[in-house]
Write a protein that binds this ligand. Structure first.
Ligand SMILES: [Zn+2]
Length: 382
């Protein structure tokens, strides 16, 4: 494979703590991997050249939390909520009914369209969860579909208790036959630890069973109110606690001590008209913060990481630098990946060229399509 030099980069944001920003930068890519990073003036020769013409380049976004495999639509529920109704975990069941009805080709086609949307907005690595099937076979096939698009697949059989069974019977299924069917298709196990979904003991049992089956743990925690989710994440060695909207001081300290990433999902607060998590409080305590879309049809139907960056800056007390860092390196940390999310020598050549002189414009110019080019493993995909 030939080498390509990207030069004329006005501002390169690498997300690499060693040299996080380089002005007048260049970067050489070979065999899908970054081989050289530095100043444009010093760039070595390469076979091909891409001139950024002064634009900014950042790593491809890492969206570490999405629910892309589903059928159906919840437009009416959203409209009702905007007219004053409250969000509760129960709305998930609407999507479950539609997803069970859908065929595999239908589900795969919907997922593919959302992946195209994500890619067009600069996302090059993403996670996909199951969780809208809630039967052994339906969860298995959702994960099989997810696996066609990403290696970061998450078994979320424990999304909500389906109406046809009891909580005890369902937890037995999630930790038994459903896990056996799903574990070969998943890298991660997740649980919606929340009032109206799964309680502390159930969450521990579900994560422990997944870990025993060879999966790594992540969790939906503390979205709708304070609760045990973050504590469970820290005690069970989860890679990430996701949502983290309602935290006690003890939760914040536990995340910092355990090195568990706090993944914030501001699209959910936006779409449920809820108070946003306070990222500043987490950052000041030394917690690693990630940003992700939580793309799902009920509570956050966006695939846009730039939108999440803008929300994080405006609503969660993050600086533009912190928000872009959380959307790249933070997401990679949440997925325990060190080959993506940063641009440094040896990393996967996933990069986004912005129609802007700086990454700051992602928050400064909200809603504007600034993603000009996207390269994944050194190949142009947008
Ligand atoms: Zn979620």
């Amino acid at each position: 494979m030939s080498s390509t030099v990207f030069d004329g980069i006005g501002l390169l944001y690498t997300a690499d703590p060693i040299r996080e920003e380089i002005e007048d930068a260049a970067l050489v890519v070979e065999d899908g991997v970054v081989r050289w990073i530095g100043r444009s003036a010093d760039v070595p020769a390469a076979d091909e050249r891409v001139d950024a013409e002064g634009r900014a380049v950042i790593p491809g976004f890492v969206d570490s939390h999405s629910h892309l495999v589903f059928a159906g639509d919840r437009t009416a529920e959203f409209a009702a909520r905007m007219a004053g109704e409250r969000y509760s975990a129960g709305g998930i069941r609407t999507t479950v009914a539609a997803t069970r009805e859908a065929t595999v080709p239908q589900l795969a086609a919907t997922t593919a369209l959302l992946v195209i949307e994500m890619t067009a907005q600069g996302t090059t690595t993403f996670e996909i969860k199951s969780g809208y099937g809630l039967t052994v076979e339906s969860e298995r096939r959702c994960l099989e579909i997810a696996g066609q698009f990403t290696p970061e697949t998450t078994y979320l059989g424990a999304h909500v208790v389906p109406p046809e069974t009891t909580p005890d019977d369902y937890v037995r299924m999630v930790t038994g036959p459903m896990l056996d069917a799903c574990a070969p298709h998943a890298r991660w196990v997740d649980v919606f630890c929340e009032r109206g979904a799964f309680d502390e003991d159930q969450s521990r049992e579900i994560l422990a069973a997944g870990i025993k089956a060879g999966l790594r743990a992540r969790i939906h925690a503390n979205q709708l109110g304070e609760g045990p989710g973050v504590r469970v994440a820290c005690e069970m060695g989860a890679a990430s606690a996701d949502h983290c909207t309602h935290l006690t001081d003890a939760d914040v300290a536990a995340l910092a001590d355990a090195g568990v990433v706090a993944t914030l999902l501001p699209g959910a607060e936006f779409s449920t008209r809820s108070p946003y998590p306070d990222a500043r409080r987490l950052l000041d305590a030394g917690v690693t913060v990630a940003l992700a879309t939580d793309c799902n049809p009920g509570s956050s139907f966006t695939t846009s990481m730039p939108f999440c960056v803008a929300l994080a800056v405006r609503e969660m007390r993050m600086t533009p630098l912190e928000a872009v860092r959380a959307a790249t390196r933070g997401g990679a940390r949440a997925l325990l990946r060190n080959d993506v999310g940063t641009l440094r020598e040896g990393a996967q050549a996933d990069l986004v060229m912005l129609d802007a002189p700086s990454y700051v414009h992602l928050a400064y110019r909200p809603g504007v399509p600034l993603v000009a080019q996207v390269w994944r493993s050194g190949r142009r995909v947008v």
